[in-house]
Design a protein around this ligand. Structure first.
Ligand code: NAD
Length: 454
């Protein structure tokens, strides 16, 4: 498989890919190795994860550069991702032992009722490229710490990063058959799904998630899915400093080139402040410099998948043809590399694809609303349900709005953020189950009820 640099179109390297035979062999080895891994005290597994965190720090520059080269992510944002991932290592190291400890929940006469947790067995993690470290950690770190073996297929667009993580886990002391990387594209993912995994933890698009759930139908395999989003953000007429809000919204739209599952994907603005806010948002978005991902001044790098440029252009063309006003950007950048400039569409509405289908790029539609009820109705008018955000200095009003929006995460006066201490869970087409938080540790365990009579 060729690894292509999306900023130049040049080949970085080739890597060997797996096939039906090698994935079967790797699965068998992981199955055989898992019981001994599960038998080790959780404190030992936690110690290995801590060492892994130290190795990540040691290799941050190499990892960040490779990630930037293969995904087009600005180098500083790649470093930020490595640093941010250390928080996840910390969370899982601090929480796993307590989360897995058997808990006496009740004494009923002479019967003790105890809640216990067992590992699932062998977990398959099929992963995405946009935050290759952060999204991988949601699945494979808790899965390993709970005593599962893991077969990990990084995305074909972030294979170098995935292989580096694999080497570091092994260097930290995780046995090679307990954490096993599989490389390849969709066809290799489909081959993996033929094998009798105990759990599939998938991060990726709704369309692939749907294929995976269809492939597993009837097999009773635990399925945890982190899928796409069409995350709404509402700026109320009590949002406070408009400049600061515009700054935050521009970052929510453009960070990681907009290729974030929780990127701001559609914006609603109260009619009292619409015109002023739109002007400020345009100015803030204009300041995001697009260019060479390795350059220190670059804020928007390359779009990772070349085919996506056409998709972005189609969303812009569709919106303009239906009456949106193109205020900024809106044209694929000519020349080598996959570049699309920050793009702002005003006067958007829900007849336009840009307000309905995940964009996953540096482009945003903005729509005027007359009140909170209209904003809530529009925010809920989506198949997706990952995050929603409200800017409102009146906290009671802001919370009341967020409580009515059907998403797994609500942000008041902030956006586009993830915390390992809180569950990450999408509703509707945004996913299935929860990762992160204690829920995301228990996601990789079987619960067991013990009735112990003396
Ligand atoms: P994708 O669905 O194209 O690919 C994801 C993975 O699935 C890749 O490893 C790919 O090789 C594999 N795959 C593709 N077809 C397959 C098949 N038929 N069978 C088995 N495996 C298959 O997604 P992507 O482009 O890598 O990632 C972008 C998407 O991921 C966006 O929709 C984004 O919102 C979503 N995402 C969600 C979260 C979240 O936490 N909710 C986080 C990151 C990304």
């Amino acid at each position: 498989m060729q690894i292509i640099n999306p900023a130049t179109g040049e080949m970085i390297r080739t890597v060997e890919t797996d096939d039906a035979v090698s994935v079967r062999e790797k699965f068998a080895a992981a199955r055989a190795a898992q019981p001994a891994w599960a038998a080790r005290p959780v404190a030992e597994r936690v110690a290995l994860a801590k060492t892994f965190g130290e190795l990540l720090k040691r290799d941050i520059e190499i990892i960040a550069r490779d990630m930037s080269l293969e995904t087009g992510k600005p180098l500083q944002q790649a470093r930020n991702e490595v640093n941010g991932s250390l928080n996840k290592v910390r969370f899982f190291c601090e929480e796993t032992a307590a989360a897995l400890a058997p808990a006496k929940v009740r004494q009923d006469g002479n019967t003790e009722e105890v809640l216990g947790f067992d590992p699932l067995g062998v977990v398959l993690n099929i992963s995405a490229w946009n935050y290759p470290i952060l999204v991988g950690f949601n699945v494979f770190l808790p899965a390993l710490l709970c005593g599962n073996a893991v077969i990990y297929k990084p995305s074909e667009f972030s294979t170098l990063t995935g292989l580096h993580l694999t080497r570091l886990l092994h260097e930290a002391g995780v046995p090679e058959d307990v954490f096993v990387a599989v490389t390849g594209e969709a066809a290799v993912g489909a081959q993996l799904l033929q094998l009798p995994f105990d759990c599939v933890g998938f991060t990726g698009s709704y369309s692939t998630g749907k294929k995976i759930s269809e492939a597993l139908a009837g097999r009773m395999t635990r399925l945890i899915m982190e899928l796409g989003g069409k995350d709404p953000l509402y700026v109320t007429d009590e949002c406070g400093d408009l400049d600061a809000v515009a700054d935050a919204v521009a970052e929510g739209v453009l960070y990681n080139n907009g290729q974030s599952c929780c990127a701001v994907e559609r914006v609603y603005v109260h009619e009292k402040i619409y015109d002023v806010f739109a002007g400020k948002l345009k100015a803030k978005m204009q300041a995001w410099v697009t260019g060479d991902p390795l350059a220190a001044t670059t804020m928007c790098g390359a779009i990772t998948r070349r085919v996506h440029l056409k998709f972005l252009q189609a969303q812009v063309n569709d919106a303009v043809s239906k009456g949106a006003r193109l205020e900024l950007g809106g044209q694929v950048q000519e020349g080598r590399g996959n570049f699309y400039p920050p793009t702002l569409l005003l006067n958007a509405n829900h007849s336009m694809e840009v307000m309905r289908e995940e964009t996953f790029g540096p482009l945003i539609g903005v729509m005027k609303v007359k009140d909170d009820a209209e904003a809530v109705a529009l925010m809920n008018d989506s198949e997706y349900g990952l995050t929603s955000s409200v800017y409102c200095k009146n906290a009671e009003r802001g919370k009341k709005i967020l409580a009515q929006v059907n998403t797994g995460t609500g942000y008041l006066n902030c956006c586009d953020r993830v915390s390992a201490w809180l569950p990450w869970s999408g509703r509707g087409h945004s996913g299935l189950g929860s990762t992160l938080s204690r829920l995301g540790i228990h996601a990789f365990c079987h619960a067991k009820g013990w009735h112990i009579r003396s």
